[in-house]
Design a protein around this ligand. Structure first.
Ligand code: UTP
Length: 448
């Protein structure tokens, strides 16, 4: 039962009393539900969105570059491999986004993207976990975060495809929370009568949701120590990465963040930097074009290292944060909103997963080659679209084939697709390749 006086006081304090005026127009049942939701919201956090750090406080993070990667591979890969084989690794994929830019009303993961098989993004990601499980001899837990916008359809989609061959219980869905969107002057909006306008609370919602759903506790019970984090819309995101897991283990890191050289200073990525004693990721929206071009005296860009949103988290670290009740802050971005009675431009509020990084005592970056691991699908066409992503994947498979001694000379527009069930990594591909073709001069598809 909502305490009406306390609610009125809280709403007045945060400039949201108009919501009570709306509540008064509702029938008793709707009013009770509406007020219960209003009472559950943390209005204070909405009033204090996150600010970027002052530029003078920004320093260099420790990043494992190419030389160190290569020099330590013989130590790190077996270490990560042992963790996979001991059943200490799970995969977390966030899939709660609304995919507004892609313009599809279904969850992004349902989007059919593979050029020959027509497989969906969900299928490609699930088959990578399948391949990893086969290889490591472990039913690697595959956690999928949905949101109220994607939950039902995602579950149905996996059920309709028998979890893409994964073992019973291997796929674990959990649903993130929502937060109110606000008008530009900070007022909460409505989506309809008796309905607050809310949006999924960002990929950072996964920490709270992991805890609230009991999935974090379950991972701990199962002896999972490392969580490989990917986002659904990066079709090249690796889940089988012994070097990443091995580095997290060897360094006793709370988190390892993969980083890449930005294509140009204005590329729309977060940036791994050091602020004081801690690492931090500064989002591109928090920087001016002048700031993105700033350099150190040696000519290196201050915001050099872009983050493709690939991490390995220590489960113990996530558990420590949960124990102290840590809650990620909100960031605001200006967006067109489907408010009622009229749409408007306002603030969408979201938590970002990378705001966990400054909480980490031990954090470091690991350089990657974007051509191997980063093919995001954000837009319907143009850059970061299904077309660019499948082209990147095809180019990667062409390099695997070339390494295996195949002569690849494709006409423009021809695409190669290799099923993750045949090989999900270059190492698997080279180990399994049987020389079935010597030359490729047109579109090609390889299934298991
Ligand atoms: P984006 O921030 O790119 O957003 O998500 P989006 O929702 O996919 O697309 P737009 O901005 O509406 O066009 C990056 C990743 O974070 C997940 C998405 O599913 C994607 O994997 N995400 C985003 C969530 O899981 N929950 C959210 O609330 C937001």
């Amino acid at each position: 039962m909502t305490d009406a006086f306390a609610l009125a006081e809280t709403l007045a304090k945060h400039g949201q009393s108009h919501l009570l005026e709306h509540a008064a127009t509702l029938d008793p049942q709707c009013r009770a539900a509406f007020c219960a939701r209003l009472a559950a919201i943390d209005w204070a956090e909405l009033a204090h969105p996150c600010e970027p750090p002052p530029i003078q406080a920004v320093g260099k993070s420790r990043v494992i570059g190419w030389e160190e990667r290569q020099a330590r591979a013989a130590e790190l890969v077996p270490r990560g491999e042992a963790a996979y084989r001991a059943g200490e690794v799970a995969v977390l994929m966030v899939a709660g986004g609304q995919g507004t830019r892609l313009g599809s009303s279904a969850p992004k993961g349902c989007f059919s993207v593979a050029p020959h098989s027509g497989k969906s993004i969900y299928q490609l990601q699930a088959e990578k976990v399948w391949a990893l499980s086969q290889r490591s001899g472990r039913s690697v837990p595959f956690l999928i975060m949905t949101s109220p916008a994607t939950d039902a359809e995602t579950r149905q989609f996996f059920a309709a495809h028998a979890d893409f061959g994964l073992a019973p219980g291997q796929v674990r869905f959990f649903c993130q929370g929502t937060v109110p969107s606000l008008s530009l002057d900070g007022k909460a909006l409505l989506a309809g009568p008796g309905q607050l306008l809310e949006n999924p609370d960002g990929h950072g919602g996964c920490h709270t949701a992991l805890v609230a759903s009991g999935e974090l506790a379950r991972l701990i019970r199962e002896g999972i120590r490392y969580l490989v984090y990917i986002q659904v819309d990066n079709i090249l995101a690796p889940v089988d990465d012994p070097l990443l897991v091995g580095l997290t283990a060897a360094e006793g890191a709370d988190v390892v963040t993969k980083v890449l050289e930005k294509a140009h200073p204005d590329e729309k990525l977060g940036h791994l930097v050091r602020v004081g004693e801690r690492d931090r990721i500064v989002e591109y929206t928090e920087l001016t074009p002048e700031q993105t071009r700033l350099t150190w005296p040696d000519g290196e860009l201050i915001y050099r290292w872009g983050s493709p949103a690939l991490h390995c988290w220590s489960v113990a670290f996530l558990a420590r944060l949960a124990e102290r009740g840590f809650k990620l802050p909100l960031h605001r971005s200006k967006k067109p909103l489907k408010s009622w009675p009229e749409p408007c431009t306002g603030w969408k509020n979201e938590r970002f997963i990378f705001d966990l990084v400054p909480e980490a005592e031990r954090s470091l970056g690991l350089v990657i080659d974007r051509r191997e691991e980063f093919a995001p699908i954000k837009n319907k066409d143009g850059e970061d679209s299904p077309a660019t992503a499948v082209r990147m994947a095809s180019d990667l498979y062409a390099r695997w084939l070339t390494k295996a001694g195949v002569r690849v000379a494709l006409p423009p527009g021809a695409l190669i697709e290799i099923s993750p069930r045949f090989a999900a990594t270059e190492a698997q591909f080279l180990a399994r390749w049987d020389g079935r073709v010597r030359e490729l001069s047109g579109p090609w598809y390889l299934e298991a």
